[in-house]
Structures are given as C-alpha cells and as structure tokens.
Write a protein that binds this ligand. Sequence first.
Ligand SMILES: Cc1cc2nc3c(=O)[nH]c(=O)nc-3n(C[C@H](O)[C@H](O)[C@H](O)COP(=O)(O)OP(=O)(O)OC[C@H]3O[C@@H](n4cnc5c(N)ncnc54)[C@H](O)[C@@H]3O)c2cc1C
Length: 361
Amino acid sequence: MLCSTEPQYCKTPLDIAFDADGVTITTGPEQHYRTAYSVDAGGFRSLLADKFDLRDFGLHTHSRSSFTHMINVPDFHEVSTSQKAANLPFSVAEGTLHHVFEGGWLWVIPFNNHAAFTNPLCSVGLMLDPRMHPPQNDLSAEEEFFAFIERFPSVAAQFRNARSVREWVRTGRIQYSSKQIVGDRWALLGHAAGFIDPLYSKGLYITLTSVSILAHHLLQANHNGDYSRERFLPLEKTTLAYIHSNDRLVANSYTSWGTYQLWTAYSVLWLLGAYTELVKLFSIRIQSMEHGKINQQQLFDQLQQIKLAGGFADYDRVAHTIDTIIEAVDLTNAHQVATAVEQIQVFFTQLTGCHYLSRLC
Ligand SMILES: Cc1cc2nc3c(=O)[nH]c(=O)nc-3n(C[C@H](O)[C@H](O)[C@H](O)COP(=O)(O)OP(=O)(O)OC[C@H]3O[C@@H](n4cnc5c(N)ncnc54)[C@H](O)[C@@H]3O)c2cc1C
C-alpha cells in the first residue's frame, strides 16, 4: 500500500473495501488505491477494528494513565534512601524506576542518565486502577498527579522542583484487545491489535515481533498469491498470546501490590518469566546467526511460538498455579494473604528442589 499511495502518504483513508482480488482504499472523492493487502497500524482508533467491530474489552487489567515529560527530576537516591543504604551496585536513575503501591504504579524514565546525553527530559507517568482511584475530574491531570503523590513523602520529594515541558495526557481505562487480528487480505499491527499496560514495557517488543512475523508471511504471500486469513493465522495466535499472558501478569501484579509480602512472592514469577524470555530470544538469535544451524522457516516457526517467558510450556504451568493462588486471595483477610504467600514459597521450593527461588520471596 505504501508504494501505491506514496504521493498521498499520511492521508487518512475514508474507506477500505475488500474483494476476492484485492483491497480498495478510498482517501477522497475520485481517490482510490488498489493493493493486495492492508496492514492497519492505526493504534486504538484502527479503521479496520472499527469497520469489523473487533474490539474486545474483556480483560483482567484495569488501569488508567496520566503522563508527561518533565525536567528537574533528581535521582531518587538524592531525596530518599541512598544507593549505599539500598545496597545497590548502581543508582536507580541508571534505569527505569518504578514506584509501586496499592492500586497503581508510577514510572520515572530519565533520558539524561548517561555522560553523553543530549536530551534533558524525563518521562513520567502514573498508572492507577480506576476502581480504587477514580479520576478526579475537578482537577487537571497535573493537579491530580501532584495531589496523589503527596501520600508518598519520598515520591513527592522527588517531584518537588519538577516541571512538565509538554501537556499532560490523561486517559480512561486503556486496556483493549481484538476478537480477530487477521482476516482475508488484512491484519492489525501493534496498538491496533491491543494494549494492556506499560508496566513491563512489552509494547514496542510485541509490535516489532509482529512486524517480523507479518513481513515473513507477506513475502510468502507475495510469492504464491495466498492472502487468506488462514495463511496469516500465526500472527493472530502470537499477538493474542502476548496480549493475554501480559494481561494476567499485569492484573495479578496490581493485585499483589496490596501487600508487600504478596508482591515479593509474585515478583519472582515475573523475574522467572523475564529471564526465561531472554534465554529463549538469545537462543533463537544465536541459532539463526550460526550459518546452517536453522533455516529462515525454522527461525519463524520458533518466533511464532513465543509469548511472555519465551513461550516455555513449563513456565505456563508454573504461572497458572501461582496466578490461580493470587486470583483466589481476599486481600482484606490477613490470614488468606499469609497462606497464599506460604503456598507460593512452598511451590517454588518444590519446583526447584532447592530453596533458591523461595528465598527470593
Ligand atoms: C502510557 C503508555 C506508556 C508506554 N510505555 C511503553 C514503554 O515504556 N515501552 C514500550 O515498549 N512500550 C510502551 N508503550 C507502548 C507503545 O507506545 C506501543 O506499543 C507502541 O506505540 C505501538 O506502536 P503502534 O505504531 O502500533 O501504535 P501507535 O504508537 O499508537 O501509533 C498509531 C499511529 O497511527 C496514527 N493513526 C491513527 N489513525 C490514523 C488514520 N486514520 N490515518 C493515519 N494515521 C492514523 C496515529 O496518529 C498514531 O500516530 C506505552 C504505551 C502507553 C499508552
């Protein structure tokens, strides 16, 4: 589509019509373009999601967002626990800092945290479960942010002199998925397919994985002329697997922030998933770089199997057991919380045959 509409690039389509031989995109009166396939990367307002009524809001996670770019946000260690007292080998300002609390979290992502920085900005965003922290529409997004963080003195101290340099964005609940990701001669990509929460920074990663898989199938379709839904189903399976595994992990992270012990136990599952994912991605990459070890088709066959935690079946079993424990717990019942923490610790101990993982809890 990009090639045939290049002179009109960025012009919003008014209609997209499909027939057996191709796609017709209309951008205005007498402005029609023909293409073999249509990829909708239009984010939440995807034309195809709208046209085919694809949106699915039946997700576990509930969160809303307020975010901006700021200046004058100091390293957290300057206003609170020192790096030495926290026993960290590096400052928290060298990475992405997440403040987590009951019903939400707050990100601080400095772009000026290395010697050669040219960008003085810091990305700041507050995510809140609207069922626990409903929007305060009588306040501006900025006023709501500063009023909210007053309940955490060390967080408030970090933003004492901070100033936003662009308008705050405040959203409603931001979770959505799609009933279908591919159809005959069309696909939804990235944000057009769905979104959960930026907590584990899966957005760009999922988008780029989808682009790789889609490109692979498009090249084959261009060869054999088969642009059917069936041909592109692996993209749907991978995209939905990512969305749903991310959804359950994020929803139960929010739940576990209700008590420190529960989050300490649950965070081991997240770490386990993050590291097995890294192992899987590196192993695929190394195999693909070692000439002759796997061919391109085998590479994509592996890529299409992955979801969070690298798609390892053993991880799925572990995650299901622990997620089920978290989902059953009544956070207002201290005895139930303590029992859940113990169950998770025992499970990790039995899983590893040693006490390493349970000691992390
Ligand atoms: C608050 C927040 C924080 C995030 N933080 C992270 C993070 O830390 N790490 C991470 O990896 N990901 C993060 N993400 C996710 C990341 O932003 C998305 O994964 C990524 O932007 C998806 O890219 P996309 O191109 O699919 O969609 P988008 O970035 O949503 O782009 C869609 C584009 O399509 C355009 N468009 C829509 N309709 C039309 C039309 N009819 N005609 C022409 N253009 C149109 C829109 O204007 C927009 O520019 C975050 C997301 C949010 C909401």
